[in-house]
Design a binder for this molecule. Structure first.
Ligand SMILES: [Zn+2]
Length: 364
């Protein structure tokens, strides 16, 4: 298996354009043509994880947290990161990170966490803005099905639980082919009018190149007329955190004990439980304080995330329970999630889930 086959697949499933501006996802170490003998999946890269990779004959590590997060100006081994980078290069181990592009994916970290905790009817808590576009094209009636199918096959037309969504309306297109043109219909130098369909549909912005390429491939005209519009619609397939419901309302303390057991958390810090039943649950794996107000606005009974600071606990003002379930603990299933995605595509490839607990936090 060549490294670029794996990275291309991961980039197509979890586009780098979905990562947050501060992040550093994608291939961090390695040459694209390298033959990969096996891949180890982990949350964080440590010395122990590198040993594990060598032991399992893996020359690729796919991690959730990027090993290189900010710019490195020298590699002298002065910091842990520098030592790990030097060691990875020395041992010919490629390194790839799937971080906030996985967090922001509808089937990513939070969806997986919800399924582990029995939360259903899930939706993105804070959809990413400016991630949807509309494409409109004009096509002779005879080729409308072919063009529509090509655009939809390239990934356009998804709305909620529906795919293949599009709208077509009839009209007349007119044009004059100039010298040098080779028109599909009409004659050079004469205005031509053609019965055409206006076909329009929605698509996620990261698929723009693929969809335009598919359109041009399927459209019979030499010059394809198409428009792309930015949309203000919320993208329910992309964004931070997740909100859903439990099948039935449950006592808040009982629910948190359930979470503690499933995630094996040493301690949960939380606001007043108010002896109240809860059903609407918001989560964000990792560090999710930035979503506290969104969870309140969405009517969550409880919001669970990691890295909550003292003053953050005042924000809900008893409108909602806020619980710190640990950064590591809330992301621990991410290894299994990445494994599942890779195994689905590369069924016989040697994939390993790291057994190293890289949580730097201990509980007394
Ligand atoms: Zn994290």
């Amino acid at each position: 298996m060549i490294l670029s086959e794996i990275t291309s697949y991961l980039n197509s499933q979890f586009p780098l354009s979905l990562q947050e501006s501060y992040d550093n996802c994608g291939l961090l170490i390695g040459e694209k043509n390298t033959e990969i003998t096996g891949a180890l999946i982990c949350l964080d890269i440590t010395e122990h994880v590198l040993n594990e990779a060598v032991k399992n004959n893996c020359n690729l590590i796919v991690s959730h947290h990027p090993l290189i997060f900010s710019g490195i100006k020298s590699l002298t081994g002065n910091t842990d990161t520098e030592r790990l980078v030097i060691r990875a290069i020395r041992d010919n181990i490629a390194v790839y990170a799937l971080h906030t592009n996985l967090d922001n994916h509808y089937e990513g970290v939070n969806s997986f966490l919800c399924s582990k905790l029995g939360i259903i009817n899930t939706e993105i808590l804070k959809p990413l803005p400016d991630t949807l576009r509309k494409i409109v094209t004009f096509c002779p009636v005879s080729h409308a099905d072919q063009v529509r199918d090509a655009i939809l096959d390239a990934g356009a037309g998804q709305i909620g639980n529906y795919d293949s969504c599009s709208f077509s309306s009839a009209g007349e297109g007119s044009f004059r082919a100039l010298s040098g043109a080779n028109p599909f219909v009409g004659e050079p130098g004469k205005i031509h009018t053609e019965h055409e369909l206006r076909i329009e549909t929605i698509f996620p912005s990261f698929l723009e190149n693929e969809i335009v390429a598919a359109l041009k491939q399927a459209h019979p005209y030499e010059e394809v007329a198409y428009d792309i519009y930015p949309l203000l619609n919320k993208n329910q397939h992309t964004g931070a955190g997740m909100i859903g419901t439990l099948p039935q309302a449950i006592d808040s303390e009982e629910f948190l004990n359930h979470v503690k057991e499933i995630l094996q958390i040493g301690c949960i810090r939380h606001t007043n439980l108010k002896n109240k039943k809860i059903q609407k649950i918001a989560v964000c794996g990792g560090s999710g304080s930035f979503l506290i107000k969104d969870a309140i606005n969405c009517g969550a009974d409880i919001y669970m995330t990691g890295d909550i600071k003292y003053h953050d606990f005042f924000i809900p003002e008893n409108k909602m329970i806020l619980a710190d379930i640990g950064h590591y603990e809330s992301e621990q299933f991410t290894k299994e999630l990445i494994y599942t995605f890779l195994k689905k595509k590369f069924t016989t490839f040697a994939l390993f889930i790291s057994g190293t607990n890289t949580n730097p936090v201990n509980y007394l």
